[in-house]
Structure formats: structure tokens, C-alpha cells
Design a protein around this ligand. Structure first.
Ligand SMILES: CC(C)(COP(=O)(O)OP(=O)(O)OC[C@H]1O[C@@H](n2cnc3c(N)ncnc32)[C@H](O)[C@@H]1OP(=O)(O)O)[C@@H](O)C(=O)NCCC(=O)NCCS
Length: 200
């Protein structure tokens, strides 16, 4: 993922800024009409921003998905991720600087973590620049862990990146279901080994 920058850019939506919180925001699929606002947020957030062509090239891949976060009557952030067989790969996540620290990034990520399951996609992976301390703190707060260092990850800067991972935590239903399966296997095993189970 890219390197964030910290300059502010004013923007207004229907709700007074000081009243906005993550709970006011909802997340939907990105559509073509969102692109000007997505590019605006991109330019406010990153030192090496993607161009419109970069976004389109990326989103044309069948496994690539774009989503935006809406607050009031405006877009406050976006994320781009890929679907893989066993994992989601977060390519980009950004919240307009004037909406940051209001829980909007967390709401977007919760949308992703809710898609994980024990049997299918069970983790989210991402690369975060070694310089992007805000992102490290944010992802760690959500529950990501740095699992390795990717040397010279960025072509332009040659900066390293941390490979970060969020692993699915089993829900009560999943634990219940796996205990049900374990119980069944256990029962079969006992009945195989137990001479009593041969009957008389
Ligand atoms: C990283 C980013 C998406 C976080 O979005 P956000 O909406 O501000 O995050 P949230 O408000 O949900 O933050 C949740 C928690 O993460 C931590 N956190 C987030 N930003 C932080 C920062 N700048 N400094 C320290 N901790 C931070 C805090 O613990 C925060 O909880 P708190 O506000 O109650 O203390 C946003 O800062 C951003 O767009 N940055 C620029 C682009 C970028 O670097 N993207 C990530 C790499 S692609």
C-alpha cells in the first residue's frame, strides 16, 4: 500500500463536522461517478497518489473491489481490495483528512473483517510503508499484526514495507459447529476402537 501524507483539505457535507462519527457512515460499492471525489481524497492522503488510470486498471480486474464510505451527503473515504481464495488483500484505504479520527476508517475495515470466515477467506493482508506510522497505529488498533518486512518494497523510494495480517477470530457459531464435528468424529473414533461397540 501507499505512503500517507498529512496535509488538510477542507470539505463540507450535510452534518456539522464536529458531530460526525463512524456510526454516521455507511459503506457502499464504488461507482464510476465516485472517481473525482476518490481522486480528491487520494491526492490529499498520499504523496505518490494513484491516477485515475491506475484506479481503473486496478478495478478492471475481476477480483478487485472498490468501496466508498458516505457521511451525510458526501464521500469521506474509500478502500480498494482484492479477493483471493483464502484471503483478502487490502490495496488502499484512505479517509479525507478532515474526517480522520472519527471512526470512519474503522467502519470500512469492519466491513472487511465481517467478510472473513473460518472455512473460506480467513485473513486480510496488506503492506504498509515503514514510514506510515499513523497507518501502523490504526491497523494495530484494529487487530493487525506485522508478520514480516518487505525490503525495498516501493519502486520510487526504495522504502521497506511491513506485511500486516489480520486473522479471523472464530465466532461462537463456528466454535459450536466445529465442536459438533469434533464430537461426531470423536464418537466414531471411540466406537471404532471400543470392543464394546462391536456389539454382542
Ligand atoms: C489510516 C486511516 C485510513 C485511518 O482512518 P481514520 O478514519 O482516521 O481511523 P479511525 O478514526 O477509525 O481510527 C481508529 C483508531 O486507530 C488509531 N489511529 C488512527 N489514526 C491514527 C493516527 N493518525 N495516530 C495515532 N493513532 C491513530 C487510533 O487508535 C484510533 O482510535 P482513536 O481515535 O479512538 O484514538 C487514515 O488516517 C488515512 O486515510 N490516512 C492516510 C492514508 C493512509 O495512510 N492509508 C493507509 C495505508 S494505505
Amino acid at each position: 500500500m501507499k505512503l500517507g501524507k498529512t496535509d488538510l483539505g477542507p470539505m463540507a457535507v450535510g452534518i456539522p463536522l464536529h458531530e460526525i462519527k463512524g456510526g454516521d457512515c455507511w459503506v457502499r460499492w464504488m461507482i464510476r461517478r465516485d472517481m473525482p471525489r476518490v481522486l480528491e481524497i487520494e491526492n490529499r492522503c498520499f504523496d505518490n497518489p494513484w491516477t485515475e488510470d491506475d484506479f481503473i486498471r486496478c478495478l478492471l480486474h475481476r477480483n478487485c473491489i472498490g468501496m466508498v464510505a458516505e457521511v451525510g451527503d458526501g464521500t469521506s473515504g474509500f478502500m480498494i481490495y482484492e479477493l483471493h481464495k483464502n484471503r483478502l488483500h487490502l490495496l488502499s484505504l484512505a479517509v479525507d483528512p478532515i474526517y480522520q479520527r472519527r471512526g470512519i476508517g474503522s467502519v470500512m475495515l469492519r466491513k472487511l473483517t465481517n467478510k472473513l470466515s473460518r472455512d473460506r477467506r480467513n485473513r486480510i493482508m496488506l503492506e504498509a510503508s515503514e514510514r506510515n506510522l499513523d497507518a501502523h497505529l490504526f491497523f494495530r488498533k484494529i487487530g493487525f499484526k506485522a508478520i514480516s518486512v518487505l525490503k525495498d518494497f516501493y519502486d520510487a523510494s526504495k522504502d521497506d514495507a511491513y506485511l500486516m495480517q489480520f486473522k479471523h477470530v472464530q465466532t461462537e457459531e463456528e466454535i459450536g459447529a466445529s465442536m459438533g464435528t469434533m464430537g461426531k468424529n470423536h464418537w466414531f473414533q471411540v466406537s471404532d476402537d471400543n470392543p464394546q461397540s462391536q456389539g454382542r
